[in-house]
Design a protein around this ligand. Structure first.
Ligand SMILES: Nc1ncnc2c1ncn2[C@@H]1O[C@H](COP(=O)(O)OP(=O)(O)OP(=O)(O)O)[C@@H](O)[C@H]1O
Ligand SMILES: [Mg+2]
Length: 235
């Protein structure tokens, strides 16, 4: 079993004028390929800050972050964009679809950045939309979809370049219970197919889907527990 993510003594400080917020404090974390992790903790505890660093959207103030053995510190901005495009699928609470752009093209976008051929892109986008149960919505605009459907498009988009890691920051935060369950079942299937999933949630029922739960408080990782049976695999 190899590590997909290694974090050592990671700190993140935000500075706004004279105000400093120490959002992450000495965080150490090792994540193996194929794990399904729920990230919990009260509002402001640093969960999104961690996700943004894991997703290479932001850099730590100090400490190390290795993504599949690559030290993020040594990468240029362009190299980071490439890593993000190939290795990470990001799903956000607010869906973040491109408005006035149909569902098919939204899913194609990461493949356009990855310079894939049109015919491949189109076929892959349709395949992914079918996978999330939206094969009949390819030409709808985002505002013509329900919240749960928007999130399924966002998941299809996140999967476009077949990334080994899926990061999801409160993906069910704007959804009703039934849509949340549908979304979580998609994540569970993806994890069974081998994706590593790291998912932020406030809800214990959502965290139930994960094999491992990590909890933050005031920027510190204060709890890291694995479910019975799973611990044997990774222990
Ligand atoms: N861009 C920023 N500039 C300054 N401070 C920030 C910035 N982003 C986050 N913070 C601060 O860092 C701390 C951690 O924020 P973060 O967004 O990581 O919390 P969170 O655990 O995701 O909370 P929530 O559950 O509400 O989403 C908070 O105190 C927040 O105010
Ligand atoms: Mg957050």
């Amino acid at each position: 079993m190899s590590s997909v993510i290694t974090i050592k003594d990671l700190n993140k400080t935000y500075k706004n004028g004279s105000v400093e917020v120490h959002a992450l404090k000495d965080v150490n974390l090792e994540i193996q390929h194929g794990e399904f992790i729920a990230v919990m903790g009260q509002s402001g505890s640093g969960k999104s800050t961690l996700m943004n660093i894991l997703g290479c959207l932001d850099r730590p103030t100090s400490g190390e972050y290795l993504l599949e053995g690559i030290n993020i510190k040594d990468q240029s901005q362009d190299e980071l964009s490439l890593i993000r495009n190939k290795k990470i699928g990001f799903v956000f609470q607010a869906f973040n679809l491109i408005p006035r752009t149909d569902v098919l093209r939204n899913v194609e976008l990461p493949m356009i950045y990855a310079k894939q051929k049109t015919s491949y892109r189109r076929a892959r986008a349709i395949e992914l939309l079918e996978k999330v149960g939206l094969g009949d919505r390819t030409h709808h605009l985002p505002n013509e979809l329900s919240g749960g459907q928007k999130q399924r498009v966002a998941i299809a988009r996140a999967l476009a370049n077949n990334p080994p890691i899926i990061l999801a920051d409160e993906p069910t935060g704007n959804l009703d219970t039934q849509s949340s369950d549908e979304i979580m079942e998609i994540f569970r299937d993806l994890n069974k197919e081998g994706s590593s999933i790291i998912l932020v949630t406030h809800e214990p029922e959502i965290a139930e889907y994960a094999d491992r739960v990590i909890v933050f408080r005031d920027g510190r990782l204060i709890e890291d527990r694995r479910k019975e049976g799973v611990s044997k695999l990774f222990g």
